[in-house]
Design a protein around this ligand. Structure first.
Ligand code: FES
Length: 104
């Protein structure tokens, strides 16, 4: 009996045009509840679902703030202020030509 290894399929969540993403900024995709963040050469994406009870956090230039119960997160997604006690979920971003692709 052979066991077939399971190959995890990579899924592209969304594509962001490089030209639209400021060097120290963010592109917010409200419907997908994802923000593509850029700090110089470092690009990553955050899931905007608050880890407290699931509201969508708002992205400001300095932090991410949850409108429901006031949790806040730094631009890396780490908790600055509760009640949330877990960081925002982070997604990997791959460069492809003129785009950044958020993959899960
Ligand atoms: Fe975000 Fe409660 S759902 S602080």
């Amino acid at each position: 009996r052979f066991l077939t290894p399971r190959v995890r399929q990579k899924k592209t969540l969304l594509r962001a045009a490089k030209a639209d993403l400021p060097v120290h900024g963010a592109l917010v995709y409200k419907e997908a509840r994802v923000a593509v963040m850029r700090e110089g050469d470092v690009v990553y994406a955050l899931n905007l679902v608050c880890t407290h009870l699931g509201c969508t956090v708002n992205v400001t230039p300095t932090e991410l703030v949850c409108p429901c119960h006031g949790s806040s997160f730094d631009r890396q997604g780490r908790v600055l202020k509760g009640p949330a006690d877990r960081p925002l979920l982070r997604y990997r971003v791959e460069e492809r030509g003129d785009y950044f692709e958020v993959v899960v």
